[in-house]
Design a protein around this ligand. Structure first.
Ligand code: 5GP
Length: 207
């Protein structure tokens, strides 16, 4: 019998806030936490591995999966489709594994609707100036692309109130500690424990 089911941690942030590195560190360092691998129609980037970073599919396959109800949520981001497989996350939750989902604000809202006890975490950049600097330094995108990402960042930040926690990624190691604290704290909540497990483990023998 499991002590509890896995929790769903939804992590959103504007592009350039450092969310991907943060999520990777958390999954590498806390046991029992796994990253949910999304499906996407975007082109694979150098250094990415199919099945590890994303499941890369074409638009036809993605649309078939939508029609078959295979996604618990999906969204179009910067002209590409992204979606979370229902069976993938339900499988992990049922095994007691905590799932970290790196998804956008639209996806976060859908997850909250399907899983009301999911935990929504928003990562802020240190400042808007720093975010702009990171976007300029990052991939040599054109001024237009950087401008679009900054405008989108403002729109995403406007939605921060739907989240349960806000972490400001100023000093990376501190942000890691804060995210760990959220995950650990949520694990211990009385509302998440399997009461049959407590009965079995602590109360049966005492009778
Ligand atoms: P990127 O293409 O840079 O990896 O991701 C672009 C955006 O898509 C990020 O904001 C990321 O969080 C979001 N994203 C990645 N996977 C999913 C998903 O399965 N669903 C949704 N809604 N957004 C996703």
């Amino acid at each position: 019998m499991k002590q509890r089911k896995g929790n769903l941690f939804v992590v959103s942030a504007p592009s350039g806030a450092g969310k991907t590195t943060l999520c990777k560190r958390i999954c590498d360092t806390i046991s029992g936490v796994r990253h949910s691998v999304s499906y996407t129609t975007r082109k694979i980037r150098s250094g990415e591995i199919n099945g590890v970073h994303y499941m890369f599919v074409d638009e036809d396959e993605f649309r078939t999966m939508i029609a078959d109800g295979e996604f618990v949520e999906w969204a179009e981001v910067y002209g590409n489709f992204y979606g979370t497989s229902r069976s993938h996350i339900e499988g992990m939750i049922n095994e007691g594994i905590d799932v970290v989902m790196d998804i956008d604000v639209q996806g976060a809202k859908q997850i909250r609707r399907h899983f009301p006890d999911s935990v929504l975490i928003f990562i802020m950049p240190p400042s808007m100036m720093e975010l702009e600097k990171r976007l300029v330094d990052r991939r040599g995108d054109s001024a237009d692309v950087i401008d679009t990402r900054l405008k989108n960042a403002v729109e995403e930040i406007r939605e921060y109130k739907i989240y349960d926690y806000v972490i400001i990624n100023n000093v990376f190691e501190e942000a890691v500690e804060e995210l760990k604290a959220v995950i650990m704290g949520e694990r211990l909540k009385i509302t998440r424990i399997n009461h049959e497990w407590i009965e079995e483990k602590f109360l049966k023998e005492a009778q």
